[in-house]
Design a protein around this ligand. Structure first.
Ligand code: AMP
Length: 172
């Protein structure tokens, strides 16, 4: 099934800039069988982890986090770029290749001590996931695991996430 899922992810060279091979997961999401299989397999390792909240990272992470939360019987929250959330937020700055960016979540998104599963489509350098973990912990959450649809191993994202339980469905 992994091979089949990989066939439904399209490599787009030089997007959004020269040298980057963008992994376009939208054909996988659009195929009913692949979508169901991916969501079931991403949720499965966390079935007995008492996950209270699944946190999705903007924006493709939202599309995966929501059905995974439904599978786990958990709630879902948004980790967003700066200025998108309407109420009081907590934020974390993180470094990009050039410059900095900010992630935010609502300050009252979940009760302190909640077990959280963090979800995104791609684990690349790990900077985004690392910042999201810091953000969730700043609000009082316990990051019980991280689930990615795919991981780009050469970029060594796991090195920024030591001590975390990480499940990537597909590896490249
Ligand atoms: P990073 O912080 O480097 O781990 O990058 C992770 C974030 O960037 C995720 O939210 C991904 O959606 C996006 N991303 C990074 N590299 C790629 C890629 N090659 N194809 C698609 N999305 C990517």
């Amino acid at each position: 099934m992994s091979a089949q899922l990989k066939e439904s992810i399209v490599d787009v060279p030089d997007f959004p800039k020269p040298g980057i091979v963008f992994k376009d997961i939208t054909p996988l999401l659009a195929d009913a069988k692949s979508f169901k299989s991916a969501i079931d397999q991403m949720a499965d390792p966390f079935k007995n982890s008492s996950i209270g909240i699944v946190a999705g990272i903007e924006s493709r992470g939202f599309l995966l986090a929501t059905p995974i939360a439904y599978c786990l019987g958990a709630g879902v929250i948004l980790v967003r770029k700066k200025g998108k959330l309407p109420r009081k937020t907590v934020s974390v700055n993180y470094d990009l290749e050039y410059g900095q960016d900010v992630l935010e979540a609502h300050a009252d998104a979940f009760p302190s001590g909640t077990n959280i599963l963090l979800v995104d489509d791609v684990l690349a350098t790990g900077g985004t996931a690392q910042a999201a973990c810091q953000l969730l912990e700043k609000i009082g959450g316990k990051v019980a695991g991280l689930a990615f649809l795919l991981e780009l191993r050469a970029l060594k994202g796991r090195q920024k996430l030591t001590g975390q339980r990480i499940h990537s469905l597909l590896e490249y």
